[in-house]
Design a protein around this ligand. Structure first.
Ligand SMILES: *[C@@H]1O[C@H](CO)[C@@H](O)[C@H](O)[C@H]1NC(C)=O
Ligand SMILES: *[C@@H]1O[C@H](CO)[C@@H](O)[C@H](O)[C@H]1NC(C)=O
Ligand SMILES: *[C@@H]1O[C@H](CO)[C@@H](O)[C@H](O)[C@H]1NC(C)=O
Ligand SMILES: *[C@@H]1O[C@H](CO)[C@@H](O)[C@H](O)[C@H]1NC(C)=O
Ligand SMILES: CC(=O)N[C@H]1CO[C@H](CO)[C@@H](O)[C@@H]1O
Ligand SMILES: [Cu+2]
Length: 249
């Protein structure tokens, strides 16, 4: 039964789907299992190991003002959290990521008392990393979204660093891929996990680093509502990612 199920799942994913998201995380070689959108809810909801907010579809979100853009849909909080020391790396693991064009941003938000009761749309979100166009033109150049992929079927790994000076506490971490391969129809792929940050840091970002989600992205932004095949895109070798600057601590 298991083999047949795996076979069907594999065929489904390889023929129908060019979407995705991050489903696991690693910190210092330790794996943390996230929510698997197509596994049974009973095997995951409320489980003591679950560190990622619930998402039930690998399809993108199309509306920058959709409240589900914060932590995907339905975005239910997780019971557990990933322990990490400020200054350490966290790697988001993507299976079968295929899109190649558009920015990628890692955000954090302080949950206060507990991420298990925190509403993501109340978050004061700050960027800890962003990745965009590495070289070449918007149309034909290499984006990080393409460069980070493994084309041999092994998972694609996206590693970034928690700022070393960050004050310890409970945080959401939000990995976001924005795919721009369809002209003027951006796609959002966000997932959130819960972190327990330890360390000796004392800093939090100043006000200019914060954004609301939804709120930070809009179809009025030319970098978001973009035709990456236009003559202007063909001629441009720079792409500025909208929103606040990255906070490095
Ligand atoms: C928001 O996104 C979710 C998930 O894709 C979708 O089910 C829902 O219809 C969207 N809501 C609006 C108002 O567009
Ligand atoms: C562009 O960046 C990619 C990924 O880092 C690299 O493999 C490639 O050699 C670069 N191309 C040029 C022309 O610099
Ligand atoms: C942490 O991640 C950064 C960015 O990817 C990388 O340059 C660095 O080598 C990593 N450090 C460790 C200890 O893995
Ligand atoms: C784009 O550039 C091509 C080649 O120079 C030109 O023929 C075409 O008219 C341009 N399109 C627009 C919309 O400007
Ligand atoms: C090692 C590990 O935790 N792997 C998990 C990665 O994510 C998939 C899909 O969510 C799980 O099925 C794996 O168990
Ligand atoms: Cu897709």
């Amino acid at each position: 039964m298991t083999l047949i199920f795996l076979f069907i799942t594999t065929v489904f994913f390889s023929t129908v789907v060019a979407h995705g998201g991050t489903s696991n995380y690693t910190v210092n070689g330790v794996w943390y299992r996230g929510y698997a959108p197509y596994d049974s809810p009973e095997s995951q909801d409320g489980q003591p190991w679950l560190i990622q907010r619930k998402w039930i579809s690998i399809n993108p979100i199309f509306e920058p003002g959709n409240i589900s853009i914060a932590c995907n849909y339905p975005g239910d909080p997780a019971p557990a959290s990933i322990p990490i020391t400020a200054g350490d790396n966290i790697t988001a693991v993507y299976y079968d990521w295929l899109h190649t064009v558009g920015p990628m941003v890692v955000w954090m938000a302080d949950c206060g008392e507990s991420c298990a009761t925190f509403h993501a749309t109340n978050g004061k979100w700050f960027k800890i990393a962003q990745e965009g166009l590495i070289n070449g033109t918007i149309t034909e150049g290499i984006w990080f979204q393409r460069a980070f992929q493994e084309w041999d079927g092994s998972p694609s790994l996206w590693t970034e660093t928690i700022p070393a000076s960050l004050k310890p506490g409970n945080y959401l971490i939000r990995h976001e891929i924005i795919s721009l391969h369809i002209a003027n129809k951006p796609q959002w792929y966000p997932e959130c996990a819960h972190l327990t940050v330890k360390g000796t840091g004392t800093k939090v970002p100043e006000e200019q680093y914060y954004a609301k989600i939804p709120g930070v992205w809009s179809m009025n932004q030319p970098e978001i509502n973009i035709d990456v095949y236009s003559n202007q895109s063909r001629a441009s070798t720079t792409y500025n990612i909208p929103g606040p600057p990255v906070w490095k601590g």
